[in-house]
Design a protein around this ligand. Sequence first.
Ligand code: PDD
Length: 284
Amino acid sequence: MIYLNGKFMPIEEAFIPVLDRGFIFGDGVYEVIPVYSRKPFRLAEHLIRLQHSLDGIRLKNPCSNDEWRNILEQIIANNDGEDQYLYLHITRGVAKRDHAFPANVSPTVFIMSNPLPQPPEELLKTGASAITANDNRWIRCDVKAISLLPNVLLRQLAVDRHALETILIRNQFLTEGAASNIFIVKDKVLLAPPKSNLMLPGITYDVVLELAAANQIPHEIREISETETRMADEILLTSSTKEIMPITLLDNHPVGDGKPGELFRQLHALYQEYKATHMRGQVV
Ligand code: PDD
């Protein structure tokens, strides 16, 4: 069951007009929210980021946070699986094609839930491979915009080369992945690129940094050069759907000793523990 503009219905019955500005211009924003044991994970943080994205495209939030919580609860209750991921999509609505904003148009709101796949055990054991590419996206990557054509093309480069992700480099510095955030480890220090307009402020990224801080894991938030990325002892990938994964091959060269490293193991275990606390309802 999905949600479309105030109504719950089976996805087969959900249609939007071809003049929707999401379809015509990619004029909209979205969120992806993981659900564990039927409880949305870090929902408050996702709703704050949604507001930031809406502000970034000058679109009024169509719902209050209580209304979002209520709709999402119903979607979760009416879909199978203890662990799900919610996809929430808002566009500027349906209007005659004109680049400028239409007057008095209601936004289109679409929400669906899908089963949340567990990151494959094998990849957690061996690590995944990634490639690098030039970050040729716009310079408002902090807005979670539905217009994802550059990300789509960049991710496909990885798939073409049988890799999991494309790691993006802008002006010789690491930004993020095509659909993930990227950390590196050098000399036992976890390094994270600082939040800016050049990357999406990941919710998982925040969790990882909070866990590092709470567990005395040495970490620094600073610009990371392409060379440092290539010379890293470990590379870690984070996202709501992939959680935390080790990258052990970069452009066909082993990362460090080519195996998932100590900091990955530590942070992965801490992340699972944090999720368990969330599932017991001890964090909201
Ligand atoms: N993508 N950077 C980009 C460009 C992303 O698309 C994502 C997530 C992230 C990680 O953010 P978070 O930890 O909040 O999931 C970073 C989602 C999962 C997607 O588009 O499907």
